[in-house]
Ligand binder design. Structure first.
Ligand code: SF4
Ligand code: SF4
Length: 455
């Protein structure tokens, strides 16, 4: 059975108030039946990616704010949330609850902007989680779900759809499959300690290529691992690989010189595990209590978890919503594939700028040759997460302006008449009623012409 995926035929464009991206998103929220999931008093988690320090493609907070306002109007008690990250790189600006809150606030996510709390869903050290079994899992048999998400009554998954250097795509499946896992759960999904797919097992390690302490970067290599597993000697490097948790922090330090690689098999396994962890999250919250929204705008090649954002790979392709994250990501991915590449973007750097080209395989998973964009989705079809078959349901833009809640919807005469009667902002009593000191007539044709000379 194909799963319904709701969208508008605006392709991510706007040309009027009701077709603005916020009303479009709310129109899909209603059309996909998300309002019916919420009962008065429900704790409603709005899960999103708050963006890395200095990333600029993450979703503007207004989308979460509009969803939170709608949830409150329905009687729910919303909170917006994200989870702490693995340490990932040399410096990690979201790897404790404190750092995540500071980064989120810098990116505009706070109670003041959202009208509801912003929570670190897995706590200060990423261990505030609920362990659940995943008997249907393709690769994972357990998951550690961020507790604030696992215990919520309703979950709205608001996703910026873009590329990802490991996930290949960053859509709804990844937003839960990595983003709803605690840090402890992220180590699981990233294959920490796995006897076949973990970095400790699968890395092609070449200590003979290391210059040892003669290398100007040796101190960075010793400092990169939170567990202190790398030891640079006078002439080489040692690695306690059997203890590796797959936090990924050493990759930037040791891959450029060829001492370590980032094995493709680890990446593929991680993509598959994301679908298992997404499934675990949905089953824990309750399948009938989870709704997904993909915002396919500002489609950057790398995830919002990197500290920069490149030009989008394609123009905006639109907003999509549904209950089946596999169908939703598949529909969104198909729309990106069908779109022409953005001139000047990385899609053309990697010869994937044509309509029909697999832009994320080419320009997001740049370290791998032709890795599939659909590992998460194929795994999700196997483990019962969802369906690769979808039916696009096109809905009209929002007709009911009350749903996007202006702070004061009174018309101008009623609202501003009394204010202007007390203090008139137009100085009509000056300059014979003209208000300001200006030239009565000038040669506008001259400055409107192409050369500024009237020609
Ligand atoms: S692993 Fe590479 S970067 Fe690190 S000390 Fe050795 S040669 Fe230098
Ligand atoms: S050795 Fe493992 S635990 Fe240490 S930095 Fe590398 S990936 Fe992380």
């Amino acid at each position: 059975m194909p799963s319904p995926v709701y969208t508008l035929n605006t392709a991510g464009r706007s040309h009027s108030g009701p077709t603005g991206l916020v009303p479009q998103m709310l129109a899909l929220f209603e059309a996909a039946g998300f309002a019916e999931m919420i009962s008065p008093g429900d704790a409603v988690a709005i899960k999103l990616h708050c963006g890395e320090w200095n990333n600029t493609a993450y979703l503007r907070p207004v989308y979460a704010r509009a969803l939170a306002d709608r949830v409150k109007a329905l009687g729910g008690r919303p909170f917006v949330c994200d989870t702490v990250t693995q340490t990932y790189g040399q410096i990690s600006p979201r790897a404790t609850g404190l750092d995540l809150l500071i980064t989120a606030e810098r990116n505009g996510y706070s109670a003041a902007t959202l009208g509801c709390p912003f929570l670190v869903a897995d706590g200060y050290n990423g261990t505030d989680d609920l362990r659940v079994d995943v008997p249907q899992g393709f690769l994972l048999k357990e998951a550690y779900i961020a507790k604030a998400i696992a215990l919520a009554d309703v979950l709205i998954v608001l996703t910026h759809f873009k590329g990802h250097p490991i996930g290949v795509i960053g859509g709804s499946v990844k937003n839960l499959g990595i983003g709803a896992q605690s840090r402890r759960g992220k180590h699981n999904v990233h294959m920490g300690g796995h006897p076949t797919y973990g970095l400790g097992a699968a890395t092609d390690f070449h200590p003979e290529r290391c210059q040892g302490r003669a290398c100007p970067k040796w101190e960075a290599c010793e400092a990169c691992c939170p567990w202190g597993l790398f030891h640079v000697t006078e002439t080489s490097i040692e690695w306690e690989r059997e203890k590796c948790a797959n936090c990924l922090s050493h990759l930037g330090a040791t891959t450029a010189c060829g001492v370590c690689d980032h094995p493709e098999v680890t990446v593929k396994a991680t993509c598959a595990a994301m679908a298992d962890a997404c499934l675990a999250t949905m089953e824990t919250v309750g399948r009938d209590k989870v709704g997904f929204i993909n915002m396919a705008i500002d489609i950057s090649p790398f995830c919002d978890c990197v500290g920069f954002a490149d030009m989008p790979l394609t123009p905006n392709v639109g907003i999509f919503a549904g209950r089946d994250p596999v169908a939703l990501d598949k529909a969104t991915l198909d729309a990106v594939t069908a779109a022409p590449g953005m001139p000047g973007s990385a899609a053309f750097d990697y010869e994937a700028g044509e309509s029909g080209a697999h832009k994320f395989s080419a320009a997001s998973a740049v370290h791998y040759e032709d890795i599939s964009e659909e590992i998460q989705l194929h795994t999700g079809a196997l483990n019962g997460l969802g369906s690769l078959e979808y039916e696009l349901v096109t809905v009209p833009p929002l007709a009911n302006a009350s749903l996007y809640s202006y702070p004061d919807a009174r018309r101008n005469r009623e609202k501003y008449g009394p204010i202007f009667a007390k203090e008139d902002p137009f100085p009509g009593e000056l300059y014979d009623g003209k208000g300001y000191h200006r030239v009565d007539v000038v040669d506008l044709d001259r400055v409107s012409s192409t050369n500024g000379q009237g020609e």
